[in-house]
Design a protein around this ligand. Structure first.
Ligand code: FAD
Ligand code: NAD
Length: 465
């Protein structure tokens, strides 16, 4: 392998890196992208897509079980429902390979050179790539660090055996009888709920006083109720301590010091993710950091000239669409375009049951920023479409400036609200006012009507409540 040089070198082919590479290729920038694993990163291989595939399969199985147990209000019946998890995982893997080979083709089509191997930083312009012991140097005018993040491991619950990371949990070949989830955040609740629907007995151990503590209590209330009705045992203000001596249970301790021994065939540890910033020479660049994350400015520049960073390695929110937007922006900057981060909001969706969406500011965040707000809320119990979907729990809430009604934030919780994130994002990003949302005809019957009604409620005249 001869040494290579290029204008733009991207380390990491996750959603941040591969989008950056494709856009740079489109703009005619001579680009090389390096990854030690399959292209697509965490998101396509072991994150967003595999987890949503599992959630979908679990939801379908759960419906059939309800019918078989005579609990379907639709009058459906079924007999002897079974799931062959190996087939489910094979179906999921098929989606992953369709998407990752698609990314490979797009890189090729846009003239990007893909190099497989483990990158090691030599200096701010040069890396060494190791592929099975064969070494190759690549030098570049500009480097983009897009190495993402990895799961946080608890020292007293190291991954391996029955202690699973999210990656392990997304490739099991059988449903565990008893699953204990440590960490009631995004991943723990999404995957934990899926396994409950697949038939596991699930306990969630969460250190904070409620699950998804980053969302306000009104948003998590319908979720907490649903977790209970699904039979998921949620233990809050509880810390995991480690496996019991026989390795068959998890020992957890409550805030008041009470010990709990929880039977566990598998323990899924989902207590956050940390940046992939160590072990590959990045430290030698002595980049300015913010906590463990690489600090960036509004152009994703690090403290070293010619070195950019995008995606999870730059901190919260660690979301694929943020990484992609950063990647696209950096490619354009490298190609000579004038760009800076000017997004009003980054939508967040939690694919729990019910789903939660948040775009922009909550009322509390606006108040903390000293902005006087007016809010409008519309419950799904007043929405016909929600009833036809058998789920009228949840609501849509709009937060707008009190003075000119410009929408600052929109939150929703309910079955199927994930798809409303698009409309919410557009409204916030385009500076819509309550009057704009209220005056837009929303098709009937749709969950989106609750968005229009929330705007009307903010103006004081909702129709259907
Ligand atoms: P990554 O996707 O982590 O990619 C980094 C790449 O860098 C990897 O391919 C890695 O192999 C490579 N790399 C690292 N170090 C080196 C090195 N030294 N040499 C060569 N290559 C290297 N986000 C959402 O927005 N929506 C979701 O629904 C969602 N669900 C998720 C579910 C799960 C279970 C998990 C774990 C995450 C989920 N996320 C979700 C988060 C999302 O996956 C990340 O925010 C996103 O993948 C970050 O993209 P990235 O490009 O920064 O890094
Ligand atoms: P998280 O930050 O969402 O949740 C971690 C939870 O673990 C928190 O509620 C925290 O209080 C709890 N916790 C921490 N230490 C604990 C301990 N010792 N015992 C018990 N509880 C403990 O982290 P995650 O679920 O691992 O997800 C990581 C990141 O991945 C998220 O921040 C998000 O950015 C991304 N992600 C996004 C999506 C999505 O967009 N739908 C889905 C999955 C993951």
């Amino acid at each position: 392998m001869g040494d290579l040089s290029c204008k733009l070198l991207i380390i990491g082919a996750g959603p941040g890196g591969y989008v950056c590479a494709i856009r740079a290729g489109q703009l005619g920038v001579d680009t090389i992208i390096v990854d030690k694993d399959n292209v697509g990163g965490t998101c396509l291989n072991v994150g967003c897509i595999p987890s949503k595939a599992l959630i979908h399969a679990a939801g379908n199985f759960h419906r059939i079980v309800e019918a078989a147990e005579g609990r379907s209000p639709l009058g459906l019946s079924a007999a002897n429902p079974r799931i062959d998890l190996k087939s489910t995982i094979a179906w999921k893997d098929g989606i992953v390979s369709r998407l990752t080979s698609g990314v490979g083709s797009l890189l090729k089509k846009n003239g990007v050179k893909l190099v497989h191997g483990h990158a090691r930083v030599l200096d701010g312009k040069t890396i060494e790539v190791d592929r099975n012991g064969e070494k190759q140097r690549i030098s570049a005018e500009t480097i983009v660090i897009a190495t993402g993040s990895v799961p946080v491991e608890l020292p007293f619950l190291p991954f391996g055996g029955r202690v699973l990371s999210s990656t392990d949990a997304l490739s099991l070949d059988a449903v565990p009888d008893n699953l204990v989830v440590v960490g009631g955040g995004y991943i723990g609740l999404e995957i934990g709920t899926a396994f409950r629907k697949l038939g596991a007995s699930v306990t969630v151990v969460e250190a904070a006083s409620r699950v998804l503590p980053q969302y306000d209590a009104d948003l998590t209330k319908p979720l907490t109720a649903r977790l209970k009705s699904l039979g998921i045992n949620v233990l809050t203000e509880m810390q995991a301590r480690g496996l019991t001596q026989d390795g068959r249970s998890l020992l957890a301790v409550s805030k008041s010091g009470e010990e709990h021994v929880l039977t566990a065939d598998s323990v899924l540890v989902t207590v956050g993710r940390r940046p992939a910033a160590t072990g590959w020479g990045l430290e030698s660049l002595k980049l300015t950091t913010s906590g463990h994350f690489v600090e960036i400015d509004d152009k994703c520049r690090t403290s070293m000239r010619g070195v950019y960073a995008i995606g999870d390695i730059t901190g919260e929110p660690m979301l694929a669409h943020r990484a992609m937007a950063q990647g696209e922006m950096v490619a354009e900057i490298v190609a000579g375009k004038k760009r800076a981060w000017d997004k009003v909001a980054i939508p967040a969706i939690c694919f729990t049951d019910p789903e939660i969406v948040s775009v922009g500011l909550s009322a509390e965040q606006a108040k903390a920023a000293d902005i006087a707000v007016t809010t409008g809320t519309f419950p799904f119990r007043g929405n016909g479409r929600a009833m036809t979907l058998e789920r009228d729990d949840g609501f849509v809430r709009i937060v707008a400036r009190a003075d000119n009604h410009v929408v600052l934030g929109i939150q929703a919780v309910g079955e199927g609200v994930a798809e409303l994130a698009t409309a919410f994002g557009l409204a916030v990003e385009m500076g819509a006012r309550l009057e704009d949302v209220a005056a837009t005809i929303h098709a009937h019957p749709s969950l989106g009507e609750a968005f229009q009604e929330a705007a009307l409620a903010g103006l004081g005249h909702a129709i259907h409540i």
